[in-house]
Design a protein around this ligand. Structure first.
Ligand code: ATP
Ligand code: AMO
Length: 434
């Protein structure tokens, strides 16, 4: 359709062919309006019953809502039209007719429940609000790539079918791989680490992770998009600096390039780019502050994981993105390095939005013997990870990195009530198709 004009580009005086969907038909008696919608916006097509060719008016009036149509004609200035212009049609062609019973109303006049919307994403994304979320998501990923580029990280793609898990044994999806047991990967963790010892040194990946989370919550998915970073010769503080840079860059890009989408979502006035440095609290400070809020029934003690209500109480208290550093070694994974002067204390960190955790990361254990010890302490058989551990015998530099949940970033940025709003086709306990 090379001679197609986007509705937003139709200027008075032009003769155009627009292609799109019949958004609405308003029949006022002597005059009727057909609103055509395409990805750029909408335009009014005027149908004057007594003035225009009868067959043309009949075609225009007979179009069912959401049918695909093309309209050719002259563009005229018309102050009463929603966009100030309208098309006086020469021809209207119905390209693909839509059934009159639609599973949801793309004009948004009738609200649909989330499951109905997810079952009918094609129609759902004809709505400006749903479309805006995914345009912003694309901008977030574009900006993240750009931010990684600015720190000279190379984009990599690692396998999603793997022989071993890394992020705890219970959350793996098993699959059959030519008669052998295999799993869907929970994290590119081990592969990205292998690449810091390669000639690439600093890498990032944006790709799917698979977690057999048992619980159905508004912030967990069984297939999520992980934004991962790893760099040779970085410690955990330098990794945190890059994390902050990537997250801030994503906010800046959305503020700069997605004004219309923010407007559509009603966020134009309240959207804020985090200006200040993200505060860095130690785990010890974090549990003290949570305890001081009095929000928990039981006081937290050293070694406890932070419960969701605790995270929320602390988030309210801090009121911005922040890091929690210096976690107890025992509650961080085997690949996280301990502090040199205190082996109870890890270099692991989390980056939090006031509503939830967005990132985990840390400096990694790069010394072969200590790495093997870590596997054993966590009850993992190092022999199964030989493909990984053996590279630590051939010159593995000190390194650090992190993983950021892409959907959680979008969800918190846009204050979406449910993480499923930020994925086209979410996978959860109930949902395997579409
Ligand atoms: P006109 O002579 O300007 O075409 P009209 O008053 O004879 O208009 P009606 O059929 O009575 O036409 O119009 C119904 C309603 O539609 C009126 O409220 C009118 O203001 C509005 N209207 C008419 N033409 C347009 C247009 N091109 N765009 C938007 N609204 C219009
Ligand atoms: P972690 O397991 O904390 O760390 O995951 C990192 C981030 O990924 C997101 N995330 C999820 N988002 C939605 N649904 C899920 N089920 C889900 N699971 C995780 C979260 C979380 O903060 N290998 C480490 C990272 C590292 O150290 O580099 C890891 O995977 O936003």
């Amino acid at each position: 359709m090379e001679d197609r004009t986007y509705t937003a580009d139709a200027e008075p005086g032009d003769t155009v062919t627009v292609a799109g969907w019949a958004h609405e038909i308003r029949d006022l008696g002597g005059i009727a309006f057909l609103i055509v919608r395409d990805t750029s916006g909408k335009i009014q097509v005027k149908l004057e019953k007594d003035e225009m060719d009868e067959a043309l008016v009949e075609t225009g009036l007979g179009v069912s809502r959401e049918s695909v149509i093309t309209v050719s004609g002259d563009v005229k200035e018309e102050p009463r039209a929603p966009t100030g212009v309208e098309i006086v049609p020469e021809s209207i062609e119905v390209v693909a007719e839509a059934e009159t019973q639609l599973p949801l109303d793309p004009s948004g006049k009738v609200d649909a429940e989330l499951p109905t919307r997810l079952d009918n994403r094609t129609l759902d994304l004809r709505r400006d609000e749903a479309k805006a979320i995914f345009e912003i998501r694309a901008e977030v990923l574009r900006a993240a790539r750009e931010a990684f580029r600015s720190v000279h990280a190379t984009e990599i793609n690692t396998p999603k079918i793997v022989a071993t898990g890394t992020e705890g044994g219970t959350e793996l999806f098993p699959i059959t791989y030519f008669g052998r047991e295999a799993f869907m990967n929970q994290s590119p963790q081990l592969f990205k680490q292998l690449m810091v010892g390669s000639g690439l040194e600093r890498v990032f990946e944006i790709g799917p992770i698979f977690r057999a989370e048992e619980h159905n919550t508004p912030r967990h998915l069984n297939e999520a998009t992980s934004i991962d970073f790893e760099s040779a010769f970085f410690d955990h503080t330098e990794a945190m600096d890059v994390c902050e840079h990537v997250v801030r860059s994503a906010y800046e890009a959305v503020a700069e390039n997605c004004e219309a989408q923010l407007e559509t979502l009603g966020l134009a006035d309240e959207f804020e780019v985090p200006e200040d440095e993200f505060p860095r609290l130690t785990y010890e400070e974090a549990i003290q502050r949570i305890n001081a809020t009095g929000e928990l029934d039981e006081q937290l003690v050293w070694g406890d994981d932070l419960p969701t209500e605790g995270e929320r109480a602390l988030g309210d208290d801090v009121g911005s993105h922040y890091f929690i550093t210096d976690w107890p070694s025992e509650i961080k994974p085997f690949y996280i390095k301990d502090h040199d002067d205190d082996e109870q204390l890890s270099t692991g960190f989390d980056m939090m939005h006031p509503r939830m955790e967005l990132v985990s990361g840390g400096q990694r254990e790069h010394r072969y013997d200590l790495l093997i010890e870590g596997f054993e302490q966590q009850g993992l058989d190092p022999d199964q990870f030989e493909y990984y551990t053996k590279m630590f015998k051939y010159g593995m530099p000190p390194h650090a990195g992190w993983g950021l949940g892409g959907e959680r970033l979008v969800m918190t940025m846009l204050d979406l009530p449910n993480i499923r709003e930020a994925v086209l086709f979410p996978r959860d306990r109930q949902r395997l198709s579409p």
